[in-house]
Design a protein around this ligand. Structure first.
Ligand code: ISJ
Length: 110
């Protein structure tokens, strides 16, 4: 019976080597998260550049065929352990949220 322990209440395992390892892994997770945030913003800026080019050329920004290609490719090339279907959903959300920026700028005709 594990029950309530002081270590549990303090969010630790009570085993110093386990706690140290968890701290190290969490530091790596934090670094990966920061990298993801940077990369997502980099992606958004690239999309904004294309959106401006398309706007200048009088072309519709939204390209469902291209978006479908991207969604298919990320699922196809996904090595896991994230499920292909989950990877697709993650990218659907990324594409939609980046598209929101163009909608807000009134430059997304859909
Ligand atoms: C950036 C583009 O414009 C839009 C945004 C896309 C994206 O977020 O990758 C893809 C297609 C378009 O809906 C593009 O045409 O490549």
């Amino acid at each position: 019976m594990g029950g309530v322990t002081i270590a549990g209440l303090m969010n630790g395992s009570g085993k110093p080597e386990v706690d140290t390892r968890i701290r190290e892994l969490r530091a790596r997770i934090d670094a990966v998260d920061l990298e993801l945030v940077r990369k997502l913003n980099e992606r958004a800026r690239l999309v904004q550049q294309i959106a401006e080019l398309k706007e200048g050329a009088g072309v519709k920004i939204y390209d469902p065929k291209r978006e479908e290609e991207i969604l298919r490719r990320v699922a196809e090339e996904n090595p896991g352990p994230i499920y292909d279907s989950s990877m697709r959903e993650i990218f659907e959300l990324i594409l939609h949220r980046i598209r929101d920026l163009e909608v807000q700028r009134g430059e997304f005709s859909g």
